[in-house]
Ligand binder design. Structure first.
Ligand code: SAH
Ligand code: SF4
Ligand code: F3S
Length: 420
């Protein structure tokens, strides 16, 4: 029996990356091999995202290419997983008749059963699956979301927020440590509202950091309405927790924040932001902004632009508003023209890049500690505690090692330097 190769294309957030890892593990255990070359694969899984129209478009164009691949190789197995598969399974099956299976994000636990129809259990042929061991691992601590921000499809596709039993989480963390993982990244749409049997997020972090072998902990995403003083104090004093908080603002205008159902004002956000910066001086705070939410006036945009200048984020992800099925905002009339969205997007992007670059300039000539994630063509890609990517030249395979790098050059979203 020949070696079965599989390829997984992951679109969307870390939740999907995590689900793709789980699917890859199941396939590897059944004796299949992962390939990075889609054209060579016997099984292709497209793990989809629905958060913006562009993400769905990307999935459909990939499926278009896969149809051609299947025309040449009729034995090719094509599966569609993830968030789009969850709520648009019917449409996918109608538009793409060549797809073998569609498995929604909430049914990921059925993947093993689903794939067994196509792949015989053949574990003895795959001996080398742990060769390419990872440096960090995502661990999901909560599923779903119950916040219903008015623009967002996630609560509809991923279902209500559920916290996972901390005993299960601790088991997974210990397993990751045994597998040689150096960094744990805890995932949830709003980790700040974690609560399992009275154990909150701060207490969960304490439990995890008590495990000796755990060296570095990250988490995402935070919601400004739920981030507690207790958590800020924990980050400030717990040296295992990385100095990075992703704290999505979404808009600097109170009218828009209200229409988005974000449940905080810009002033409340700013107070929280300053409290974090004061208590944890070396923290890097990054954020998300949506441009062109229905009804966004020039004044609303100006408020967002000013907020970005005032707060000085270490990194800003700026998204163009995309109306999503089922959401409240999709029913709003007062839409902003694509041209205006484009214009506002590039104005803010340009300005925030200058800010982020300036913030990174404080690292120039400084020697910082980084964890190496991969080495490719003698260039190492690493990350510091603040979650900034750091590149440097090396001839050694330093993957998984913590090293010191002297920073010589900075960009808005990355830096480079010399190994010390
Ligand atoms: N739970 C996370 C985010 C999940 S989606 C949180 O609340 O931070 C990631 C980002 O995508 C969001 O922060 C938001 O900025 C953006 N986003 C979500 N829905 C969107 C939409 N309909 N159009 C454009 N951007 C959107
Ligand atoms: Fe979407 Fe809001 Fe939930 Fe984030 S908190 S996933 S933006 S509904
Ligand atoms: Fe993530 Fe996209 Fe789903 S952002 S939760 S993969 S809709």
């Amino acid at each position: 029996m020949k070696n079965i190769k599989f390829y997984i294309e992951t679109i969307g957030c870390q939740m999907n990356v995590n689900d793709s890892d789980k699917m890859a593990e199941i396939l590897s255990k059944r004796g299949c091999f992962r390939t990075e070359d889609m054209s060579q694969a016997d099984i292709v899984i497209v793990n989809t995202c629905s958060v913006r129209f562009s993400a769905e478009h990307k999935a459909y164009s990939l499926l278009g290419r896969l149809k051609e691949q299947k025309d040449v190789n009729p034995n090719l197995i094509i599966g569609v997983a993830g968030c789009m598969a969850q709520y648009a399974a019917k449409e996918i099956k109608t538009r793409c008749k060549f797809v073998d299976f569609v498995l929604g994000a909430r049914d990921i636990d059925l993947f093993c059963e689903t794939i067994s129809k196509y792949v015989p259990d053949n574990k003895e042929i795959n001996q080398n699956r742990n060769e390419n061991s990872e440096v960090f691992r995502y661990i999901t601590i909560m599923r779903g979301c119950s916040n219903f921000c008015s623009y967002c499809i996630v609560p509809y596709v991923r279902g209500p927020e559920v916290s996972i039993d901390y005993n299960e989480i601790l088991k997974e963390v210990k397993k990751a440590c045994d597998d040689g993982i150096k960094e744990i990244i805890l995932l949830g749409q709003n980790v700040n509202s974690y609560n399992y049997n009275g154990v909150n997020f701060t207490q969960l972090l304490q439990k995890i950091s008590e495990i000796d072998k755990v060296k570095r902990i990250r988490f995402m995403t935070n919601h400004p309405k739920d981030l507690s003083d207790e958590l800020i104090d924990e980050i400030a004093t717990n040296t295992k927790i990385c100095r990075h908080i992703h704290l999505p603002l979404q808009s600097g205008s109170n009218n828009i924040l209200k229409a988005m159902n974000r449940k905080y004002t810009y002033e409340q956000y700013k107070t929280l932001y300053e409290k974090i910066k004061n208590k944890i001086p070396d923290i890097n705070i990054t954020s998300d902004i949506i441009i062109g939410f229905p009804g966004e006036t020039d004044k609303d945009f100006q408020d967002t632009f000013n907020a970005s200048r005032q707060l000085q984020f270490g990194g800003l992800f700026i998204f163009k508003y995309s109306p999503r099925p089922k959401t409240l905002a999709a029913k709003l009339k007062n839409t902003v023209s694509l041209e205006t969205i484009k214009e506002r997007h590039s104005l803010l992007l340009e300005d925030s890049n200058i800010i982020s670059k300036k913030i990174n300039e404080k690292y120039i000539d400084k020697t910082i500690e980084v964890l190496v994630e991969r080495v490719n063509n003698n260039v190492a890609e690493a990350r510091n505690s603040q979650n900034i990517k750091v590149f440097f030249d090396t001839k050694e395979n330093l993957k998984g090692k913590t090293v010191n790098v002297k920073i010589t050059k900075v960009l808005p979203n990355s830096m480079s330097g010399i190994l010390q």
